[in-house]
Design a protein around this ligand. Structure first.
Ligand code: FMN
Length: 249
């Protein structure tokens, strides 16, 4: 029997063995890369999140280490069911949002949510809340900064969305971002009164401190921002937590 007959390189079994072996080697390389890179990705995500929080707080400084700047910020976990601080920061519990309350269009939300407190010694200077909800094309994720009165807006910053460039993406650009600064979320009740109107706020409109000009050509995205800010500051969101600040004056 010749060698050629004993080992046929082009046989089906040989081709299959080589294909399977190659797939195994490739999948081991890809899986190992994913495992090795995961902590680096997590570190980069944390750094990015810290940068956005510092930005909405007005604390970003060029050429200063982000971790060092972030030392001015205390991270706490809020139990949205009670509006109090909780230790269960890792507890992964989802709560369904009743349709009639779901102004953010998100269906469900976590029970335990982080908040970021900008502090000067023991005094709280800003309360920064993660907020998100549906726009026209995408889920828009951002941070809302409030003064220690739990009512006056210091800033609103979106860091992820897929609204249209030049239209819906005005949510994260000046001059629209600046319109939020100094506005008030609540009037005399626990229900948020803040909202984005269609077009400019009419001259002489009652309670203009709660009204934001709509974005031209992006009314639907503006409605989404309005809804998500109202949901997250409402009784099913951070409302009970923020009430503590409002009542403390
Ligand atoms: C290609 C395309 C992209 C659009 N992107 C957005 C958008 O990101 N946000 C938005 O609110 N409307 C967007 N619109 C416009 C809406 O479809 C809608 O016409 C508009 O919100 C109408 O209200 P307005 O002109 O008063 O804003 C887009 C329209 C087109 C054709």
């Amino acid at each position: 029997m010749s060698n050629r007959e004993e080992f046929d390189r082009d046989s089906i079994s040989n081709t299959l063995m080589i294909a399977i072996g190659l797939s195994l080697v490739c999948s081991i390389i890809v899986s190992s890369a994913a495992i090795v890179l995961k902590p680096i990705q997590k570190q980069n995500e944390d750094l990015f999140r810290q940068q956005i929080i510092l930005d909405v707080a007005g604390l970003m400084q060029p050429d200063v280490d982000i971790n060092q700047l972030f030392e001015a910020i205390e991270t706490r976990t809020v139990d949205l069911e009670t509006g109090t601080y909780a230790e269960e920061s890792d507890a992964d519990i989802s709560i369904s949002i009743p349709v009639d309350l779901d102004e953010a269009g998100i269906g469900q939300r976590p029970r335990y949510v982080p908040v970021y407190l900008v502090k000067d010694g023991s005094d709280i200077e800003q309360i920064i809340l993660p907020v998100y909800g549906k726009g026209l094309w995408s889920t828009m994720l951002g941070y809302l900064s409030l003064a220690p009165d739990g009512n006056t807006i210091r800033g609103l910053r979106f860091y992820a969305h897929a609204e249209t460039p030049g239209l819906g993406d005005q949510i994260d650009k000046e001059p629209w971002r600046a319109l939020w600064v100094g506005k008030e979320v609540y009037g005399s009740s626990d229900e948020p009164e803040i909202r984005v109107v269609r077009g400019p706020v009419p001259a002489g409109a009652p309670n203009p401190q709660h009204l934001i000009d709509g974005m031209s050509g992006a009314t639907l995205t503006g409605n989404g921002v309005s809804g998500l800010v109202r949901y997250w500051t409402g009784p099913h969101g951070f409302g009970p937590y923020l009430k503590n600040f409002r009542e403390a004056g």
